[in-house]
Design a protein around this ligand. Structure first.
Ligand code: 5GP
Length: 120
């Protein structure tokens, strides 16, 4: 069972326009912006517009249209940033053991350098 969605989380506030973000992509299903504390030369977060706590919550509850729209948006953000040829890494922390800090689903895009085998 997933925790209930907390409307006051920082990404909900970004979605409502209450907090600024360095937006790189915005459509019906997804918003993408630069991570405030980048862990790679390029570090973008992609979040669904809907209220989903985590990858687990999203994959279980979101509609097919939301899932398709979000997955396509993640790919589009990477293409827009010119990352197809050099490559990039996707990461979505989910649940207690994963160190997920913000309780709104976010997919990390890491790029801009040769990445190691895995992030710690
Ligand atoms: P998590 O650990 O939950 O997978 O990742 C949360 C990410 O959100 C971290 O990389 C952190 O730097 C980023 N973050 C936290 N607060 C903010 C914020 O207010 N704005 C932006 N752009 N990123 C944030």
């Amino acid at each position: 069972a997933t925790q209930p969605y907390d409307d006051s989380n920082i990404f909900a506030r970004i979605l409502r326009g209450e907090l600024p973000s360095k937006t790189v992509y915005d459509d019906e299903f997804a918003l993408a912006f630069h991570d405030i504390n980048p862990q790679a030369p390029l570090h973008i977060l992609v979040i669904p517009k809907g209220a989903y706590v985590s990858w687990d919550d999203f994959s279980a509850r979101a509609s097919d249209a939301e899932i398709a729209g979000f997955v396509r948006a993640v790919g589009q953000v990477a293409r827009d940033a010119g990352l197809v040829a050099p490559g990039y890494r996707l990461l979505a922390n989910t649940g207690l053991d994963s160190h997920q800090e913000v309780p709104h689903l976010h997919v990390h895009i890491f790029a801009g350098q040769k990445l190691g085998p895995m992030l710690a």
